[in-house]
Design a protein around this ligand. Structure first.
Ligand code: ZN
Length: 97
């Protein structure tokens, strides 16, 4: 797990792109890489959060924590719904020295 406090310097939550696996037989000269889907990487557990057009079907998303929570300035994180509580707890406990 990365240090969430270090992310305060990050401007934007990075979006990663998953490409479709190449079909067998790389003699396909004209094979063009095809995008499968975009995803965020959860800042808490590091697993993928697929970006779907139907937001309510996503397992998480990006969320902005204000400086009132982080005491370090606004921090935008990508988090699973299930990881949100744990992330908040980290901020509540404060940065470990
Ligand atoms: Zn997660």
């Amino acid at each position: 797990m990365s240090n969430l406090f270090e992310l305060s310097s990050r401007k934007q939550v990075p979006v990663y792109t998953k490409m479709k696996p190449k079909p067998d037989g790389s003699q396909l000269v004209n094979y063009k890489n095809e995008k499968d889907y975009d995803y965020y990487k959860c800042d808490y557990c590091g697993e993928e959060i697929k970006i779907l057009s139907k937001k309510q079907e996503m397992t998480g998303g990006t969320i902005r924590f204000s400086h009132l929570v982080t005491k370090k300035g606004d921090i935008e994180l990508a988090l699973h719904n299930k990881c949100l509580r744990a992330a908040i707890k980290i901020f509540e406990e404060g940065e470990k020295k």
